[in-house]
Design a protein around this ligand. Structure first.
Ligand code: NAD
Ligand code: TYD
Length: 367
């Protein structure tokens, strides 16, 4: 089937899905999606770094089809044990260091987790699946969740396509590019049944407030300054997180071995427009009072070094092959997102005070 352009619908459905990074923003959406929309068993394998939040998984914590193991993808023994005990037939690899700004101040963690961690996981999948009878091996999938940032910066025109050359700018995107290459190499050299997905900027409920959208929502709520890098003219293509999770699962079930699928929101916005839209929604849903509209909080600050100007995805090949398209418009998705943060002050408070981290340490200190 590899090399053709029709989805592989003859393949048996995956039954046991290992999700790495399932306590993160997209990973937790992935876990919730799997448990709500399929009958699979899920093992969430996550190191619980600063970006993890088990509160995002409260709704599924007691689901008998869900299990959690605290483990690090760099740890050969822990990854091997997860494969040996859980026996997954599908891996959705989302664990990563994911924030560009952090990669500028501490790049080595990105190489270790994103590059080395991916190699450890690939090798474990190869060893575990290699022991299966060929018929069962063929049913397995290793889906690597990556970013459109591997393609570098676009000018005012054009969009990323699956064959766009790699030209990463930041240590984050370079580490993700490295991991994409490793995944394809394990596919070509060892026959590992890999699929790579590259998606645009995700937004939605439960995102850690270091990324643009939740940072602006939380700062706006607290009447803090809204830092816009450079002139605010950089453009991102915004994808609602649940649309992305549905896309990854579709790629896992129906994607061709060796294929690359691009997911985008079809929702390009410059950063200043995004911040203004957030201000307007906050003003409407939580009127600012005498201090005046929140746009007054916008501050243009020093630009990010190596700041990519524009990202945009041409998802037409993914739509044609997997019948996937985003369901949420940016206008409706952003309103849902702002409303979610307004409705979940305990979540915000726990993140802000570090209470959720202490709770995780106490509950998962042993693994
Ligand atoms: P996130 O930072 O919210 O979560 C990352 C998760 O990975 C956390 O739960 C963390 O504990 C876990 N993790 C980190 N290092 C680990 C390690 N060494 N071992 C095990 N677990 C570890 O990230 P996210 O925004 O949910 O992104 C998920 C994936 O999607 C990443 O691979 C990222 O590169 C990719 N992606 C994200 C976006 C986006 O807009 N957020 C866009 C495109 C691609
Ligand atoms: P971010 O959410 O960090 O995602 P990425 O860098 O992966 O695209 O940033 C999105 C855009 O918003 C990016 O162009 C940088 C910009 N930005 C700001 O202007 N101010 C901020 O405080 C942050 C975090 C980002």
């Amino acid at each position: 089937m590899a090399g053709s352009h029709s989805p592989d619908s003859s393949r048996p459905e995956p039954r046991r899905v290992l999700v790495t990074g399932g306590a993160g923003f997209i990973g937790s959406a992935m876990v919730r999606h799997l448990l709500a929309e399929s009958r699979v068993e899920v093992l969430n394998f996550d190191a619980l770094t600063y970006a993890a939040n088990l509160l995002s998984l409260e709704s599924v914590a007691d689901d008998p089809r869900y299990r959690f193991v605290r483990g690090d993808v760099r740890d050969v023994g822990a990854v091997g044990a997860a494969f040996a005990e859980f026996k997954p037939d599908c891996v959705l690899h989302l664990a990563a260091e994911s924030h560009v700004d952090r990669s500028l101040t501490g790049p080595l963690a990105f190489v270790e987790t994103n590059v080395v961690g991916t190699a450890v996981l690939l090798q474990a999948a190869r060893e575990h699946w290699g022991r299966l009878p060929p018929a069962q091996h063929a049913a397995c999938r290793f889906v690597h969740v990556s970013t459109d940032e591997v393609f570098g910066s676009l000018g005012a025109e054009g969009k990323f396509r699956p064959d766009t050359p790699y030209e990463p700018s930041s240590p984050y995107s370079a580490s993700k590019a490295g991991s994409d290459h490793l995944v394809r190499a394990w596919g070509r050299s060892f026959g590992l049944p890999v699929v790579v997905t590259n998606c645009s900027n995700n937004y939605g409920p439960r995102q850690f407030p270091e990324k643009l959208v939740p940072l602006m929502i939380l700062n706006g709520l607290e009447d803090k300054e809204l830092p816009v890098y450079g002139s605010g003219g950089n453009v991102r293509d915004w994808l609602f997180v649940d649309d992305h999770a549905r896309g990854v699962w579709t790629a896992a079930r129906r994607g061709r071995v060796g294929a690359t699928y691009l997911f985008g929101g079809g929702a390009e916005r410059d950063n200043l427009s995004v911040v203004r839209e957030i201000c307007a929604l906050l003003d409407e849903l939580r009127p600012p009072g005498a201090s005046g509209p929140r746009e007054r909080l916008i501050r243009f600050v020093a630009d990010r070094p190596g700041h990519d100007f524009r990202y945009a995805i041409d998802a037409s090949a993914t739509t044609a092959e997997l019948d996937w398209r985003p369901r949420e418009s940016f206008t409706s998705g952003l309103r849902r997102t702002v409303q979610w943060y307004l409705d979940h002050e305990p979540w915000i408070e726990a993140v802000r005070t570090g209470a959720y981290r202490r709770w995780m340490e106490e509950n998962y200190a042993w693994r």
